[in-house]
Design a protein around this ligand. Structure first.
Ligand code: SDX
Length: 435
């Protein structure tokens, strides 16, 4: 990393000064390299939640939270949403350039031919209870992939890393759909090579052996777009988890499984399921929307408006705008009625009420990508407990691309943060008969 600029920190208690390199990125804030701070000043920095901390350098995804900008490898999300496909975005993220038509065909063919699971893995599912949450199953199965490939991959071999990326992107829909089939007592459906990536997922989810199933192109297209929007998102909690797990040279399947576990939380990827549960509660409560907005503002009430707020976006999440449009179009094209339409109407009314409330405006709490995506999944006939599974399916390319970038970084060190210790110190052990 080159730097022409520096910053100087003065310890006012001793007058000691330390000069630190200041790095200029291609876009976004400059960063202070504090690597030598502890050695020079004897202090750690303190930043719970990493509000002001860049954990790595990366060339994959750029966010500008103030302007609501999201770019994958320099391409604005709005253009990719409009003109690209999920597999083309996977190629772009992995290879740092858009493919030509032959390259895309070859990549699509490679992914298509890695969608099957080892038959032994399919037997894992019969060990899970019918009511097991599909995210619990996905964490277990993705971690267990390393039992099938661990001996056939050298994490320091570029080619091995790429085949692992292909395997993960290809197998996630199969693993996800199998969770749904198991939970609903339906027979496992094998992938079909004649179908597109999202058509194949819908086929594995909803087809029945008793009749021909033709995936709805509207739903397949909407799902493809949703997956583009969820593909990567800089150093979010789950991606940071994948990087930290991978920094110990753990295998990528274990690292991605740790990312799936982190994504499950309702403060992160679990929010899409939590949004729908919140909207259903609102509709069933018969109470005015303002009552829920007031609860979200009440510090004594743990209730938050799920799908609102974001650590980075202090403007409208650009993905939320795009998901909102897809939501409207899909429900209109499908002539959706009943609960889905009511949920959308409640979501839009809640958005209006919240965005006119000073509490939300002052804190820059806008709808994020999770606010509308659940309504689309419901319209597709996908049950709520599968929403975060789909988020994980889409984000797999981001996780594995970030892992590959980290493993290719000559500066890679095992991630090992320090702490501000405020516990007891230097106590003497008291024998039990004296306590
Ligand atoms: C994702 O990081 C990523 O990029 C994530 C993601 C990705 O693609 O990987 O974008 C996906 O996780 C989107 C976020 C989904 N989560 C939710 O929708 C859950 C609801 N939102 C929050 O819990 C919250 O907004 C977070 C977790 C998203 C962000 O939390 P921060 O940045 O730590 O902000 P904070 O909790 O410190 O909140 C700042 C203030 C607080 O009030 P004050 O202490 O200033 O008085 O805003 C309030 C919070 O109480 N606040 C909310 C709120 N979110 C924040 N108040 C009511 N409802 C909310 N949703």
């Amino acid at each position: 990393m080159s730097n022409e600029e520096t910053v100087t920190i003065t310890d006012n208690s001793t007058g000691k000064q330390v000069t630190l390199p200041l790095y200029k990125p291609t876009a976004g804030p400059k960063v202070i390299d504090i690597g030598s701070l502890y050695k020079e000043l004897g202090y750690f920095t303190y930043d719970p939640g990493f509000m002001s901390t860049a954990s790595c350098s990366s060339a994959i995804t750029f966010l500008d939270g103030g302007k609501g900008v999201l770019q994958y490898r320099g391409y604005p999300i709005e253009q990719l949403a409009e003109q690209s496909s999920y597999l083309e975005v996977c190629y772009l993220l992995l290879n740092n350039r858009l493919p030509n038509s032959n390259e895309l065909d070859q990549f699509t063919n490679t992914i298509t031919r890695h969608t099957m699971l080892h038959e032994a893995m399919i037997r894992f599912y019969s060990g899970f209870r019918r009511d097991a949450h599909p995210m619990a199953i996905m964490v277990g199965c993705v971690g267990a992939l390393s039992a099938f490939y661990h001996d056939h991959m050298d994490i320091h071999n570029e080619e091995h890393r790429m085949i692992t990326a292909y395997r993960l992107v290809a197998k996630m829909p199969t693993i996800a759909a199998l969770s749904y089939r198991h939970a609903n007592g339906k027979p496992f459906v094998y992938p079909r090579n004649s179908l597109s990536y999202t058509e194949n997922f819908l086929h594995m989810m909803f087809s029945m052996p008793t009749e021909e199933y033709v995936p709805d192109p509207l739903l397949a297209k909407a799902l493809d777009l949703i997956m583009i929007l969820h593909a990567d998102h800089e150093q979010n909690a789950s991606t940071s988890t994948v990087r930290l797990a991978g920094s110990s040279d753990a295998n990528p399947f274990a690292a991605v499984a740790s990312g799936i576990a982190a994504l499950w939380g309702p403060a992160h990827g679990g929010a899409n399921e939590a949004v729908i549960r919140m909207l259903i509660d609102i509709n069933q409560s018969g109470k005015p929307l303002q009552a829920f907005v007031d609860r979200a503002k009440d510090k004594n009430d743990p209730f938050r408006l799920m799908g609102f707020g974001h650590r980075v976006y202090k403007n409208y999440d650009p993905r939320a705008k795009l998901v909102r449009e897809v939501c409207h179009k899909l429900l209109k094209d499908m002539e959706a009625t009943g609960e889905q339409q009511k949920l959308l109407e409640t979501a839009m009314a809640l958005e209006k009420v919240a965005l006119e409330d000073d509490y939300f405006v002052e804190r820059n709490l806008y709808p994020n990508v999770d606010f509308y995506s659940g309504i689309i999944f419901l319209a597709m006939g996908i049950p709520m407990n599968m929403f975060t599974v789909i988020f994980a399916m889409a984000r797999t390319i981001g996780w594995i691309t970030q892992w590959i970038e980290m493993m290719s970084d000559s500066e890679l060190k095992i991630g090992r943060p320090r702490q501000l210790y405020n516990g007891a110190i230097d106590l003497d052990y008291v024998p039990i008969d004296k306590r």
